[in-house]
Design a protein around this ligand. Structure first.
Ligand code: C2E
Ligand code: CA
Ligand code: CA
Ligand code: CA
Length: 274
């Protein structure tokens, strides 16, 4: 379809132009977003199945852009990831997250790191410096990485994870089940926690396949003595099914939406729901 007529070609070019222009505007906006205080980190509780005690909070980034309105990380994190912006953004996220810990009695904060951040030179040293400066014990920071970040260069990733773990950080493998990790490889990585991707929790009540995947991830986690967090829990039925399946931790709108720092601190202190 290379020669499908000028009109088609031009249409294609226009939409390319538009997406490039959008990307450029997002990049420019993001460059100033930190200084202009347009970023916010929200916190979503992670609770123990059974007691529903809040054991930690996942930090989730938001950008209130004057140009684009409130846009979600799924749109702008990939754009930041393709430039060095991701590092400034990541540092802002990490500093914000660590600053919360002084106000929380026991909970950890779980921070998302993109593959590019994880592969950064001296990633471990950078994190150690951050927690030391914040005066925080490393086991109150959980590092969330996806399978993509570690399976591209498994040898190097295994070494990084091992050193992070030795320094005392917690490590969670995010969106588990959606990547191309082999079960054989997983044992080589120093991990504390598997997070079951929301798509499987969502499908659990409808499709045998999703339910089977959820059950096998939970079995795997237990066999490897890892915590397992079900993401995107939205209904009481899902809570029941996950309890029967032996899932150790839950996260999702059924328990709480992501909330701002002040609300998270209230929840962390009182254990009460908003
Ligand atoms: P993720 O790490 O898988 O985060 C879970 C996403 O599911 C979040 O979307 C969260 O708001 C949403 N969620 C939580 N519970 C429910 C539920 O019960 N139902 C539904 N439908 N959704 C639920 P969000 O905040 O839009 O983040 C999207 C993705 O952006 C994240 O996926 C993560 O990969 C990335 N991200 C978020 N914050 C950061 C950050 O600070 N740094 C980096 N590098 N990536 C981030
Ligand atoms: Ca995550
Ligand atoms: Ca996830
Ligand atoms: Ca996800």
């Amino acid at each position: 379809a290379k020669r499908s007529g000028r009109g088609v070609v031009r249409l294609f070019d226009d939409s390319m132009d538009e997406s490039i222009r959008f990307r450029r505007r997002v990049e420019e906006g993001l460059t100033q977003a930190i200084a202009k205080q347009e970023l916010a980190l929200l916190y979503q509780p992670i609770v123990a199945q059974g007691t529903l005690d809040i054991v930690g909070f996942e930090g989730l980034l938001r950008w209130n852009s004057p140009d684009h309105g409130a846009i979600g990380p799924a749109t702008f994190v990939p754009i930041a990831e393709e430039s060095n912006l991701i590092h400034d953004l990541g540092d802002w996220v990490l500093d914000s997250a660590l600053a919360m810990l002084a106000d929380w009695p026991s909970q950890y904060v779980s921070v998302n790191f993109s593959p590019r951040q994880f592969r950064r030179q001296n990633f471990v040293g950078h994190l150690v410096e951050k927690v030391q400066r914040a005066g925080i014990a490393p086991d109150r920071l959980q590092i969330e990485i996806t399978e993509t970040a570690i399976f591209d260069d498994a040898e190097r990733a295994a070494d990084t994870l091992y050193r992070l773990r030795q320094m005392g950080f917690r490590i969670a493998l995010d969106d588990f089940g959606t990547g191309y990790s082999s079960l054989y490889n997983i044992r080589k990585f120093a991990l504390d926690c598997l997070k079951i991707d929301r798509s499987f929790i969502d499908g659990m009540g409808r499709e045998r396949e999703s339910a089977a995947i959820v059950h096998s991830i939970i079995h795997l986690a237990r066999a490897l003595r890892l915590e397992v967090v079900a993401e995107g829990v939205e209904t009481e039925q899902q809570v029941q099914a996950l309890r029967l399946a032996g899932c150790s931790h839950l996260q999702g709108y059924f328990l709480s939406r992501p909330v701002d720092g002040a609300a998270a601190t209230d929840m962390a202190r009182s254990g009460a729901w908003p």
